[in-house]
Ligand binder design. Sequence first.
Ligand code: SF4
Length: 290
Amino acid sequence: MLTKINELQAKTILTKSGLPGADWVINPYRGCQMGCMYCYAAQIARWKHPSEEWGSYLDIKINAPELLKKELTNLETKNKSKDFGFIFFSSVTDPYTPLEAKYHLTRSCLQVLSDFGYEGKIGIQTKSPLVLKDIDILKLLKNVQVGFTVTTLDDKVSRFLEVSAPPVSERIRALKELSRRGVPTYAFIGPLLPHFMNSKADINHLLDTLQDAGVAEVWFEHINLSSKIKARLFEYLETESPNLIPEFEKADNQEYRDKFNQVIYECLEGRNLKLGLGKVIFHHDLPQKK
Ligand code: SF4
C-alpha cells in the first residue's frame, strides 16, 4: 500500500501514558504502515484522519528529537532527577514503521535519551527487525528492553492479519540477534488470536520458541473486540475468510478468557519466564489512568 506522508511539527513528544506499566510514551509517528487488522490505534488516530484507511498514511513528527531534548531538560529541572519513570515507544504507531529507515526519528530520540543520560527504564515494542540498526545506541542506554509482538508462529497468519508487518519468522530471528548482542528482550503475545492461538499445544510451542530465542519475559493480552475494532476486522474477515467470524465471536466472552487464562498459566509453570503485569491482560480489566 502506498503511504501518504505528512511531515509536521509536533507540539509535544513525551506524553503521559495511559498504558499499564508505562509512565510516558513517545510516538515519533502518527499512523502506522503495518496496517494490522486488529489494531486499536486505528480508532484512536481516526480523529485526525477520519476518511483515510489505516496503514495508508503516516504523519511524521520531524521535530521529535529537538522537542524531546527540551522536554527532558524541563522534567529534569522539575523532578531534580534523570529518572521520571518508564518511557515506552510507542502506543499508537510502530516505532520501526518502514519509513523509520528514512527518517530515523526513533533512532534520534534514543540518541537524545542516551546523550541526556536517562536513568529510568525505556521500553521499545515493535514488529520490525529494523530495530537491529539501532543496537549501537541500545547498548548505550542504561535500562532498555526491546519487545516484539508475536501473535503466531506461522508467517501466513501474520501476513493475513498483520498485513504489511514483517513476517513473524523475521521477528523471531531479530529477537535471537538482540539476545545474542546482549539487549534484554520480551515478547508481547497480543492479541491472542482466536482459532490460531487457542490451545495448550499452541502456547507451549510458542513459549518454547521464544525461550529458544532468548526471551526472558512474556506479556499476554486477549483480543479487544470493542465495536469499532470489531467493525473493521470483521469487514476484512467477511471478505477474506468469513468462516473465521464465528471463531472470533466465540472467543469474545469471559468464560472463554477465564478458561484460556488457566491454560496459559499452566503452560508457564516451571518455565523461567516472567509474566508481564503478572497476569493475562484484558483491556476492560485494566485500571484507567488519568
Ligand atoms: S504495528 Fe501496532 S500500531 Fe502498527 S498497525 Fe500493527 S498493531 Fe497497530
